[in-house]
Design a protein around this ligand. Sequence first.
Ligand SMILES: Nc1nc2c(ncn2[C@@H]2O[C@H](COP(=O)(O)OP(=O)(O)OP(=O)(O)O)[C@@H](O)[C@H]2O)c(=O)[nH]1
Ligand SMILES: Nc1nc2c(ncn2[C@@H]2O[C@H](COP(=O)(O)OP(=O)(O)OP(=O)(O)O)[C@@H](O)[C@H]2O)c(=O)[nH]1
Ligand SMILES: [Mg+2]
Ligand SMILES: [Mg+2]
Lengths: 292, 277
Amino acid sequence: SLSDRLGSVFKKLKGQGKLSEKNIQDGLKEVRLALLEADVHYKVVKTLIAAIKERAVGQEVLESLTPGQQVVKIVNEELTNLMGGANEEINLSGGHPASIMLVGLQGSGKTTTAGKLAVYLRGQGRKPYLVPVDVYRPAAIEQLTKIGKELSIPVYPSDTETKPEKIAELARIKCAQEGCDTMILDTAGRLHIDDELMAELGRIKATTPPSDILLVADAMTGQDAVNMAKAFNDAMDVGGVILTKMDGDARGGAALSIRSITGKPIKFIGTGEKSNAFEAFHPNRMASRILG
Amino acid sequence: FITKTELTEDSLEELEETLITADMGVNTVMDLMEPITEKVNKKQITNSKELRAALTDAMLDLIKPVHENKELPNKKPLVIMVVGVNGVGKTTTIGKLAANFKKQGKKVMLVAGDTFRAAAVEQLEIWAQRTGVQIVRHRDNSDPAAVAYDGVAAAEARGMDVVIIDTAGRLHTQVNLMEELKKIRRSCHKSLPGSPHETWLVIDANTGQNAVSQAKLFHEAIGVTGMVLTKVDGTAKGGIVVSICHDMDVPIRYIGLGEKAEDLREFEAREFIKALF
Ligand SMILES: Nc1nc2c(ncn2[C@@H]2O[C@H](COP(=O)(O)OP(=O)(O)OP(=O)(O)O)[C@@H](O)[C@H]2O)c(=O)[nH]1
Ligand SMILES: Nc1nc2c(ncn2[C@@H]2O[C@H](COP(=O)(O)OP(=O)(O)OP(=O)(O)O)[C@@H](O)[C@H]2O)c(=O)[nH]1
Ligand SMILES: [Mg+2]
Ligand SMILES: [Mg+2]
């Protein structure tokens, strides 16, 4: 673990009064390695190390902690502060019905998350309505329809011949008719460099303005997390992020990169394939996980 | 990546950044950069063209040997099992492979081994229709090992050249699901001794260092004989496969570059390296 690695780096620091720039240089090398191995973006790591160095230098070596533990504590606090402290709730105001639009790269977990979100909202006393707007992927509409059926959540009867923005428009009307108050739009996975499909998202947003737009991102995403997050955020001004597949052993550095480049909060995490595998995001737990 | 021709202080750091942001992994990058940095310091590499050539050669030395003498076994039917974590592109890749093998004049059959995820069988059925190939399926939630057994048996009985088995996505850390993969393998072998002849691990190019753990655990559990790198049409470079194929001596069979049937290409080392930096 990073604590162990820093422990050996700082062995020679015994009996020194302060953390100096010189003596934490090796420690910072270990921190940098740990963050890169955890998939935090190269540039984000650079910024972070500079911030940590600034905080660490000149600090009194505490009685209760070894210098290594102290650096870990500073790093942990820095990461936690970076990832936390913003509105973590889903924005449901400003629409009748309220609506949540899920966007992201192919295979990140949007359709599965739509079902989880519906269950979560129902638990909060809301009446969710699932709307499949993926008209491209084979059996995508069937997938969400089956999920809805299993969870006893109504699903709009989309078909692949109707344009996604039209589906959303018609679903909004049907949603109210069904006595539901919250629409969940499951969009098709797409590349952030696909101009046509990114424009489609814009059209859906314009036609049925969502109360919240959530970027669904895979916890095992590597360095490219900054590119895709920046592009989706620039195009859609997302309200927040859902990090999926957190039940694996990916360190999840993408969380830091995404938060750093967009400034948007990670609101929830996906922790499995079942509909209840959905939890609130805890920045301090994420920080420890990233540091390993 | 290197726009000016003469090497400066920053050239090596820029190169390191390019490789790390291509997901090659900091340790692999350090191992590759060490001899090259030494050559630069000794003035044996004096410009960016030479630097690029040295790095390309170093990477070819890592990747090329892994791809030699790894032709597909001459079996009929050739049984290919496709595995990988959730959402990486297994089912879509199988659709593309079906189209590809069919183009080569082969008789292809698909086996709907994902009996768990909603509409997984329907998804593969559409690919079977699109590519005009046969498919074997059971009801939802049936035992994937039983579907695999029947699929391989049907492929043999109907004189298929290739049979491709789709499996449900699973995290390499889910021990019971890795056991299920072993059971599917045993089932294939019961139906046709020696099968599956190929087990291909699908890796999403967007994946970071976790791909190493995925490869290791899938390989330990069932033995991986090939990899397919998908979603290379995005901005992620998939550099992680360089360390994986080297460490595991497993070739990269194909690259997926899109969502249509024709978006599949055989892996070509030099072309891949060129795209990395
Ligand atoms: N283990 C695990 N698997 C997940 C999680 N979220 C989604 N999955 C799985 O990931 C795979 C992809 O999920 P989908 O919901 O189809 O992903 P998607 O983003 O809708 O995919 P596209 O529509 O093709 O872009 C499925 O096998 C899901 O069961 C999670 O939190 N943990
Ligand atoms: N851009 C791009 N998308 C791809 C590629 N391969 C697959 N996809 C997309 O990735 C998403 C997931 O593909 P699937 O084939 O369902 O993935 P899977 O591994 O079978 O997923 P599970 O069975 O749920 O684990 C779909 O939207 C595919 O169209 C590729 O090479 N490029
Ligand atoms: Mg989907
Ligand atoms: Mg699949």
